[in-house]
Unconditional design. Structure first.
Length: 122
């Protein structure tokens, strides 16, 4: 049973899905001055459900010292925040031409992910 699909059919009547592009983090290269420059795989586009964070989500983020504009995204497939052993940073989700960094995976299931994303500066 596709519970996410059922839930999305209901929520999207009130809050329509948006087309998003996901750039999966592949690590980094070393630039001038030994500065780390993040690298990403080619973007993949598809529908995403963007929502405000609920109380349980906020509790999971408590203590991470995350500031700025934060949202939750429901997305088919997987997203990842920082994975230190792999040397990768967080994935980037592009929404309406703006970059959002995945800072925490809130729920991970075989066919969909809920993650906290933070709007990045220019």
């Amino acid at each position: 049973m596709n519970l996410r699909g059922i839930a999305n059919s209901v929520t999207s009547t009130v809050n329509p899905n948006q087309t998003v592009t996901v750039l999966r983090s592949t690590g980094y290269t070393i630039g001038a001055g030994r500065k780390q420059i993040p690298t990403y795989a080619a973007g993949v586009s598809g529908p995403g459900q963007i929502q405000a964070l609920n109380g349980v989500d906020l509790k999971q983020l408590d203590g991470l010292n995350i500031q700025g504009t934060i949202r939750a995204i429901y997305l088919r497939g997987s997203l990842a925040g920082v994975i230190r052993p792999d040397g990768t940073g967080g994935d980037i989700v592009q929404i309406d031409g703006r970059d959002w960094l995945v800072v925490k995976v809130l729920e991970s299931w075989p066919d969909w992910t809920k993650a906290a994303i933070v709007l990045q500066g220019s």
